[in-house]
Design a protein around this ligand. Structure first.
Ligand SMILES: *Cc1c(COP(=O)(O)O)cnc(C)c1O
Length: 393
Protein backbone atom coordinates (compact mmCIF):
# COMPACT_ATOMS: atom_id res chain seq x y z
CA UNK A 1 0.00 0.00 0.00
CA UNK A 2 1.18 3.54 -0.77
CA UNK A 3 -0.47 6.02 1.59
CA UNK A 4 -0.65 9.54 0.16
CA UNK A 5 -3.53 11.07 2.11
CA UNK A 6 -1.78 12.61 5.10
CA UNK A 7 -3.92 15.76 5.00
CA UNK A 8 -6.91 13.55 5.79
CA UNK A 9 -5.16 11.82 8.65
CA UNK A 10 -1.80 10.31 9.57
CA UNK A 11 -0.55 7.12 11.14
CA UNK A 12 -0.08 7.36 14.89
CA UNK A 13 3.69 7.07 15.34
CA UNK A 14 4.69 3.91 17.28
CA UNK A 15 6.65 5.94 19.85
CA UNK A 16 3.57 8.15 20.40
CA UNK A 17 1.36 5.11 20.98
CA UNK A 18 4.01 3.70 23.32
CA UNK A 19 3.79 6.81 25.51
CA UNK A 20 0.00 6.64 25.57
CA UNK A 21 -0.47 3.00 26.57
CA UNK A 22 0.30 3.21 30.30
CA UNK A 23 -2.43 5.84 30.67
CA UNK A 24 -5.07 3.29 29.69
CA UNK A 25 -4.16 0.36 31.89
CA UNK A 26 -1.75 1.48 34.62
CA UNK A 27 -1.97 5.18 35.29
CA UNK A 28 -5.69 5.45 34.58
CA UNK A 29 -6.68 7.64 37.52
CA UNK A 30 -8.84 10.73 37.09
CA UNK A 31 -6.56 13.80 37.02
CA UNK A 32 -9.00 15.64 39.31
CA UNK A 33 -8.46 13.25 42.23
CA UNK A 34 -5.89 13.66 44.96
CA UNK A 35 -4.38 10.16 45.28
CA UNK A 36 -1.06 9.41 43.65
CA UNK A 37 -2.43 7.71 40.53
CA UNK A 38 -4.64 10.67 39.75
CA UNK A 39 -1.94 13.21 40.31
CA UNK A 40 0.42 11.23 38.05
CA UNK A 41 -2.19 11.55 35.30
CA UNK A 42 -2.51 15.25 36.04
CA UNK A 43 1.25 15.65 35.81
CA UNK A 44 1.23 13.88 32.44
CA UNK A 45 -1.52 16.20 31.17
CA UNK A 46 0.45 19.25 32.24
CA UNK A 47 3.65 17.91 30.70
CA UNK A 48 1.83 17.67 27.39
CA UNK A 49 0.37 21.15 27.89
CA UNK A 50 3.87 22.50 28.50
CA UNK A 51 5.27 20.91 25.32
CA UNK A 52 2.41 22.23 23.21
CA UNK A 53 2.53 25.72 24.72
CA UNK A 54 6.30 25.89 24.07
CA UNK A 55 5.83 24.72 20.49
CA UNK A 56 3.79 27.83 19.58
CA UNK A 57 5.36 30.32 21.99
CA UNK A 58 2.30 30.36 24.28
CA UNK A 59 1.82 30.09 28.02
CA UNK A 60 0.65 26.79 29.49
CA UNK A 61 -2.59 28.24 30.78
CA UNK A 62 -3.47 29.44 27.27
CA UNK A 63 -3.78 25.86 25.93
CA UNK A 64 -7.22 24.22 26.19
CA UNK A 65 -7.58 20.59 25.15
CA UNK A 66 -10.58 19.71 23.01
CA UNK A 67 -11.80 16.67 21.05
CA UNK A 68 -10.14 17.85 17.81
CA UNK A 69 -9.86 20.53 15.18
CA UNK A 70 -13.58 20.78 14.47
CA UNK A 71 -14.42 21.37 18.13
CA UNK A 72 -11.67 23.98 18.47
CA UNK A 73 -12.98 25.84 15.40
CA UNK A 74 -16.57 25.70 16.68
CA UNK A 75 -15.55 26.92 20.10
CA UNK A 76 -13.41 29.79 18.81
CA UNK A 77 -16.07 31.14 16.49
CA UNK A 78 -19.30 30.58 18.40
CA UNK A 79 -18.03 31.52 21.83
CA UNK A 80 -15.99 34.54 20.75
CA UNK A 81 -18.90 35.80 18.62
CA UNK A 82 -21.29 35.42 21.52
CA UNK A 83 -18.96 37.15 23.95
CA UNK A 84 -18.49 40.14 21.60
CA UNK A 85 -22.06 40.35 20.27
CA UNK A 86 -22.79 43.55 22.21
CA UNK A 87 -19.87 45.27 20.41
CA UNK A 88 -20.76 44.13 16.91
CA UNK A 89 -21.92 41.25 14.76
CA UNK A 90 -19.60 41.27 11.76
CA UNK A 91 -17.10 38.43 11.17
CA UNK A 92 -14.50 38.13 8.40
CA UNK A 93 -13.36 34.79 6.98
CA UNK A 94 -12.48 33.33 3.56
CA UNK A 95 -14.12 31.20 0.91
CA UNK A 96 -11.50 28.47 1.27
CA UNK A 97 -11.86 27.58 4.95
CA UNK A 98 -12.45 24.04 6.19
CA UNK A 99 -16.12 23.15 6.66
CA UNK A 100 -15.61 23.27 10.44
CA UNK A 101 -15.28 27.04 9.95
CA UNK A 102 -17.65 27.58 7.01
CA UNK A 103 -20.56 25.61 8.46
CA UNK A 104 -20.06 27.27 11.85
CA UNK A 105 -20.23 30.64 10.07
CA UNK A 106 -23.46 29.58 8.36
CA UNK A 107 -24.85 28.68 11.77
CA UNK A 108 -23.80 32.08 13.13
CA UNK A 109 -25.63 33.75 10.24
CA UNK A 110 -28.83 32.14 11.49
CA UNK A 111 -28.07 33.69 14.90
CA UNK A 112 -27.90 37.23 13.51
CA UNK A 113 -24.20 37.54 12.70
CA UNK A 114 -23.04 38.87 9.36
CA UNK A 115 -20.14 37.10 7.69
CA UNK A 116 -17.85 38.38 4.92
CA UNK A 117 -16.30 35.51 2.94
CA UNK A 118 -13.16 36.89 1.30
CA UNK A 119 -12.05 35.85 -2.17
CA UNK A 120 -8.58 34.44 -2.75
CA UNK A 121 -6.26 34.80 -5.74
CA UNK A 122 -5.52 32.07 -8.30
CA UNK A 123 -2.93 30.54 -5.99
CA UNK A 124 -5.34 30.49 -3.05
CA UNK A 125 -3.82 33.44 -1.18
CA UNK A 126 -5.90 35.98 0.73
CA UNK A 127 -4.61 39.48 0.22
CA UNK A 128 -4.07 41.38 3.50
CA UNK A 129 -5.38 44.50 1.73
CA UNK A 130 -8.68 42.74 1.09
CA UNK A 131 -8.91 41.99 4.82
CA UNK A 132 -8.26 45.64 5.66
CA UNK A 133 -10.83 46.77 3.09
CA UNK A 134 -13.76 44.88 4.61
CA UNK A 135 -13.18 45.77 8.26
CA UNK A 136 -16.03 47.84 9.72
CA UNK A 137 -16.63 49.45 13.11
CA UNK A 138 -18.76 46.42 14.06
CA UNK A 139 -16.20 43.77 13.00
CA UNK A 140 -15.50 41.58 16.02
CA UNK A 141 -13.58 38.62 14.65
CA UNK A 142 -11.30 37.58 11.78
CA UNK A 143 -10.83 33.86 11.17
CA UNK A 144 -8.41 32.89 8.40
CA UNK A 145 -6.74 29.51 8.04
CA UNK A 146 -2.97 29.16 8.37
CA UNK A 147 -2.62 26.70 5.48
CA UNK A 148 -5.25 25.16 3.25
CA UNK A 149 -5.99 21.46 3.58
CA UNK A 150 -6.78 20.91 -0.11
CA UNK A 151 -4.27 22.95 -2.09
CA UNK A 152 -1.63 23.45 0.62
CA UNK A 153 -1.40 27.23 0.17
CA UNK A 154 0.08 29.03 3.18
CA UNK A 155 -1.66 32.33 4.00
CA UNK A 156 0.06 35.64 4.89
CA UNK A 157 -0.83 35.19 8.56
CA UNK A 158 1.68 37.68 9.94
CA UNK A 159 0.36 40.57 7.82
CA UNK A 160 -3.26 39.69 8.55
CA UNK A 161 -2.47 39.36 12.26
CA UNK A 162 -0.83 42.79 12.24
CA UNK A 163 -3.95 44.34 10.68
CA UNK A 164 -6.20 42.65 13.24
CA UNK A 165 -4.00 43.89 16.07
CA UNK A 166 -3.87 47.44 14.71
CA UNK A 167 -7.69 47.52 14.47
CA UNK A 168 -8.22 45.80 17.83
CA UNK A 169 -10.10 42.85 16.31
CA UNK A 170 -9.78 39.26 17.54
CA UNK A 171 -7.79 37.04 15.18
CA UNK A 172 -8.37 33.29 15.03
CA UNK A 173 -6.54 30.89 12.72
CA UNK A 174 -7.32 27.28 11.88
CA UNK A 175 -3.78 25.89 11.99
CA UNK A 176 -4.81 22.23 11.82
CA UNK A 177 -2.72 21.66 8.66
CA UNK A 178 0.14 23.97 9.65
CA UNK A 179 0.83 22.95 13.26
CA UNK A 180 3.66 20.42 13.31
CA UNK A 181 4.52 20.98 9.64
CA UNK A 182 5.75 24.58 9.59
CA UNK A 183 6.82 26.98 12.36
CA UNK A 184 3.97 28.72 14.22
CA UNK A 185 4.54 31.49 16.77
CA UNK A 186 1.47 33.16 18.23
CA UNK A 187 3.22 36.33 19.37
CA UNK A 188 5.16 37.30 16.26
CA UNK A 189 2.14 36.43 14.09
CA UNK A 190 -0.31 38.34 16.36
CA UNK A 191 -2.63 35.34 16.76
CA UNK A 192 -5.31 35.50 19.50
CA UNK A 193 -6.80 32.02 19.01
CA UNK A 194 -5.49 28.97 17.19
CA UNK A 195 -6.94 25.52 16.46
CA UNK A 196 -4.91 22.33 16.04
CA UNK A 197 -5.53 18.59 15.98
CA UNK A 198 -3.26 15.66 16.90
CA UNK A 199 -4.22 13.21 14.18
CA UNK A 200 -2.78 15.45 11.46
CA UNK A 201 0.72 15.14 12.97
CA UNK A 202 1.09 11.46 13.76
CA UNK A 203 -0.87 11.70 16.99
CA UNK A 204 -4.14 9.98 17.93
CA UNK A 205 -7.61 10.95 16.66
CA UNK A 206 -10.14 12.77 18.82
CA UNK A 207 -7.79 15.18 20.57
CA UNK A 208 -7.06 18.79 19.69
CA UNK A 209 -6.43 22.09 21.37
CA UNK A 210 -7.57 25.68 21.18
CA UNK A 211 -5.02 28.32 22.07
CA UNK A 212 -6.73 31.31 23.69
CA UNK A 213 -4.53 34.32 24.41
CA UNK A 214 -4.78 35.62 27.98
CA UNK A 215 -7.33 38.42 28.14
CA UNK A 216 -9.41 37.28 25.15
CA UNK A 217 -13.11 37.44 25.99
CA UNK A 218 -14.70 34.12 25.14
CA UNK A 219 -17.45 32.00 26.65
CA UNK A 220 -16.91 28.53 28.12
CA UNK A 221 -17.75 25.85 25.59
CA UNK A 222 -18.74 22.84 27.67
CA UNK A 223 -20.30 23.46 31.05
CA UNK A 224 -19.72 21.03 33.89
CA UNK A 225 -16.64 20.35 35.98
CA UNK A 226 -13.68 22.63 36.46
CA UNK A 227 -11.45 20.98 33.87
CA UNK A 228 -9.53 23.21 31.45
CA UNK A 229 -9.94 26.19 33.77
CA UNK A 230 -13.72 25.63 33.78
CA UNK A 231 -13.95 26.53 30.10
CA UNK A 232 -14.16 23.03 28.64
CA UNK A 233 -15.59 20.62 31.17
CA UNK A 234 -15.28 16.84 31.11
CA UNK A 235 -12.76 14.34 32.45
CA UNK A 236 -9.58 14.81 30.44
CA UNK A 237 -8.75 12.41 27.62
CA UNK A 238 -5.48 11.61 29.35
CA UNK A 239 -4.05 9.07 26.86
CA UNK A 240 -5.05 11.38 23.99
CA UNK A 241 -3.46 14.42 25.61
CA UNK A 242 -0.28 12.46 26.37
CA UNK A 243 -0.25 11.30 22.76
CA UNK A 244 -0.74 14.85 21.48
CA UNK A 245 2.17 16.04 23.62
CA UNK A 246 4.39 13.25 22.33
CA UNK A 247 3.33 13.93 18.72
CA UNK A 248 4.01 17.66 19.09
CA UNK A 249 7.43 17.03 20.58
CA UNK A 250 8.24 14.58 17.82
CA UNK A 251 7.02 16.98 15.12
CA UNK A 252 9.09 19.87 16.48
CA UNK A 253 12.34 17.90 16.63
CA UNK A 254 12.03 16.57 13.11
CA UNK A 255 10.23 19.48 11.42
CA UNK A 256 13.17 20.75 9.38
CA UNK A 257 14.38 17.37 8.13
CA UNK A 258 10.85 16.17 7.45
CA UNK A 259 10.00 19.31 5.47
CA UNK A 260 13.19 19.02 3.41
CA UNK A 261 12.49 15.42 2.53
CA UNK A 262 8.83 15.98 1.72
CA UNK A 263 9.54 19.11 -0.32
CA UNK A 264 12.02 17.17 -2.48
CA UNK A 265 9.51 14.36 -3.06
CA UNK A 266 6.71 16.85 -3.71
CA UNK A 267 8.69 18.90 -6.22
CA UNK A 268 9.80 15.77 -8.04
CA UNK A 269 6.21 14.60 -8.29
CA UNK A 270 4.91 17.96 -9.56
CA UNK A 271 7.74 18.26 -12.06
CA UNK A 272 7.18 14.80 -13.49
CA UNK A 273 3.40 15.29 -13.80
CA UNK A 274 3.81 18.67 -15.46
CA UNK A 275 6.39 17.30 -17.89
CA UNK A 276 4.90 13.92 -18.67
CA UNK A 277 1.12 14.29 -18.54
CA UNK A 278 -0.46 16.58 -21.14
CA UNK A 279 -3.28 18.92 -20.04
CA UNK A 280 -2.53 18.84 -16.35
CA UNK A 281 -1.76 21.76 -14.03
CA UNK A 282 -0.81 22.48 -10.45
CA UNK A 283 -3.39 23.90 -8.03
CA UNK A 284 -2.24 26.22 -5.24
CA UNK A 285 0.85 28.33 -4.75
CA UNK A 286 4.11 26.98 -6.13
CA UNK A 287 6.33 28.02 -3.20
CA UNK A 288 4.06 29.30 -0.38
CA UNK A 289 2.84 25.76 0.02
CA UNK A 290 2.86 23.04 2.66
CA UNK A 291 5.91 20.77 2.14
CA UNK A 292 3.80 17.65 1.76
CA UNK A 293 1.05 18.85 -0.61
CA UNK A 294 0.76 18.28 -4.35
CA UNK A 295 -2.65 19.07 -5.88
CA UNK A 296 -3.07 18.77 -9.64
CA UNK A 297 -5.96 18.85 -12.08
CA UNK A 298 -5.98 16.43 -14.98
CA UNK A 299 -8.32 17.79 -17.62
CA UNK A 300 -11.05 15.61 -19.19
CA UNK A 301 -11.18 13.05 -16.39
CA UNK A 302 -13.15 12.45 -13.20
CA UNK A 303 -11.00 12.55 -10.07
CA UNK A 304 -13.42 10.07 -8.56
CA UNK A 305 -12.62 7.43 -11.20
CA UNK A 306 -8.91 8.17 -10.90
CA UNK A 307 -9.07 7.55 -7.13
CA UNK A 308 -10.92 4.26 -7.52
CA UNK A 309 -8.40 3.01 -10.08
CA UNK A 310 -5.48 4.15 -7.92
CA UNK A 311 -7.04 2.31 -5.00
CA UNK A 312 -7.06 -0.89 -7.08
CA UNK A 313 -3.30 -0.44 -7.36
CA UNK A 314 -2.99 0.04 -3.59
CA UNK A 315 -2.52 3.83 -3.75
CA UNK A 316 -4.52 6.03 -1.34
CA UNK A 317 -5.02 9.66 -2.35
CA UNK A 318 -7.81 12.22 -2.41
CA UNK A 319 -9.70 14.43 -4.84
CA UNK A 320 -11.71 17.63 -4.75
CA UNK A 321 -14.44 15.84 -6.61
CA UNK A 322 -17.83 14.30 -6.02
CA UNK A 323 -18.72 11.55 -3.60
CA UNK A 324 -15.39 11.32 -1.77
CA UNK A 325 -16.50 14.41 0.08
CA UNK A 326 -20.06 13.15 0.38
CA UNK A 327 -21.52 15.63 -2.09
CA UNK A 328 -21.82 16.06 -5.82
CA UNK A 329 -20.45 19.58 -5.78
CA UNK A 330 -16.83 20.08 -6.67
CA UNK A 331 -14.55 21.43 -3.96
CA UNK A 332 -15.38 24.97 -2.82
CA UNK A 333 -11.65 25.62 -2.58
CA UNK A 334 -10.95 24.73 -6.21
CA UNK A 335 -13.91 26.83 -7.36
CA UNK A 336 -12.66 29.75 -5.22
CA UNK A 337 -9.29 29.72 -7.01
CA UNK A 338 -11.17 30.02 -10.29
CA UNK A 339 -11.25 26.47 -11.63
CA UNK A 340 -14.03 25.47 -13.98
CA UNK A 341 -16.31 22.77 -12.58
CA UNK A 342 -14.92 20.10 -14.89
CA UNK A 343 -11.31 20.91 -13.96
CA UNK A 344 -12.17 20.88 -10.26
CA UNK A 345 -13.69 17.43 -10.78
CA UNK A 346 -10.44 16.24 -12.36
CA UNK A 347 -8.28 17.06 -9.36
CA UNK A 348 -5.96 14.80 -7.41
CA UNK A 349 -4.60 15.65 -3.96
CA UNK A 350 -1.46 13.86 -2.86
CA UNK A 351 -0.26 14.57 0.67
CA UNK A 352 3.01 12.95 1.69
CA UNK A 353 4.61 11.71 4.87
CA UNK A 354 8.31 11.42 5.57
CA UNK A 355 7.96 7.65 5.20
CA UNK A 356 7.27 7.98 1.46
CA UNK A 357 10.11 7.19 -0.93
CA UNK A 358 11.29 8.24 -4.39
CA UNK A 359 10.39 4.73 -5.65
CA UNK A 360 6.83 5.31 -4.49
CA UNK A 361 6.75 8.65 -6.33
CA UNK A 362 7.83 6.88 -9.52
CA UNK A 363 5.17 4.21 -9.02
CA UNK A 364 2.50 6.88 -8.50
CA UNK A 365 3.49 8.86 -11.59
CA UNK A 366 3.43 5.72 -13.73
CA UNK A 367 0.06 4.66 -12.30
CA UNK A 368 -1.51 8.09 -12.81
CA UNK A 369 -0.14 8.37 -16.35
CA UNK A 370 -1.61 5.03 -17.31
CA UNK A 371 -4.99 5.66 -15.65
CA UNK A 372 -5.36 9.19 -17.03
CA UNK A 373 -4.64 7.90 -20.55
CA UNK A 374 -7.17 5.11 -20.09
CA UNK A 375 -9.88 7.46 -18.74
CA UNK A 376 -9.28 9.98 -21.51
CA UNK A 377 -9.59 7.26 -24.12
CA UNK A 378 -13.16 6.74 -22.83
CA UNK A 379 -13.97 10.44 -22.46
CA UNK A 380 -16.31 12.11 -25.00
CA UNK A 381 -15.05 15.49 -23.74
CA UNK A 382 -11.51 14.56 -24.60
CA UNK A 383 -12.54 13.16 -27.99
CA UNK A 384 -14.32 16.43 -28.85
CA UNK A 385 -11.35 18.46 -27.68
CA UNK A 386 -8.90 16.53 -29.85
CA UNK A 387 -11.26 16.69 -32.87
CA UNK A 388 -11.67 20.45 -32.53
CA UNK A 389 -7.97 20.92 -32.17
CA UNK A 390 -7.35 18.98 -35.37
CA UNK A 391 -9.93 20.94 -37.37
CA UNK A 392 -8.37 24.18 -36.11
CA UNK A 393 -4.99 23.12 -37.49
C1 LIG B 1 -8.71 18.08 9.52
C2 LIG B 1 -9.01 19.53 9.60
C3 LIG B 1 -9.95 20.03 10.53
C4 LIG B 1 -10.77 19.12 11.42
O1 LIG B 1 -9.98 18.52 12.41
P1 LIG B 1 -10.57 17.22 13.18
O2 LIG B 1 -9.60 16.98 14.26
O3 LIG B 1 -10.60 16.13 12.17
O4 LIG B 1 -11.91 17.60 13.69
C5 LIG B 1 -10.16 21.39 10.58
N1 LIG B 1 -9.47 22.23 9.78
C6 LIG B 1 -8.55 21.79 8.88
C7 LIG B 1 -7.81 22.77 8.05
C8 LIG B 1 -8.30 20.43 8.77
O5 LIG B 1 -7.41 19.99 7.88
Amino acid sequence: MIYLDNAATTKTAPEVLEEMLPYFTECYGNPSTIYAQGSAAKKAVNRARRIIADSIGAKMEEIYFTAGGSESDNWALKAAAEAAASKGRHIVTTKIEHHAILHTCEYLETRGFEITYLDVDKAGRVSPDSVRAVIRPDTILISIMFANNEIGTIEPIEEIGAIAKEKGILFHTDAVQAFGQIPVDVDSLHIDMLSASAHKLNGPKGIGFLYIRTGVKIRSFIHGGAQERSRRAGTENVPGIVGFGAAAQRAMTRMKKKAEKETALRNYLIERFEKEVPYCFLNGHRTERLPNNANLSFRFIEGESLLIMLDMKGICASSGSACTSGSLDPSHVLLAIGLKHEDAHGSLRITLSEENTMEEMDAVVEAVKEIVARLRAMSPLYEDFIKNRQTEK
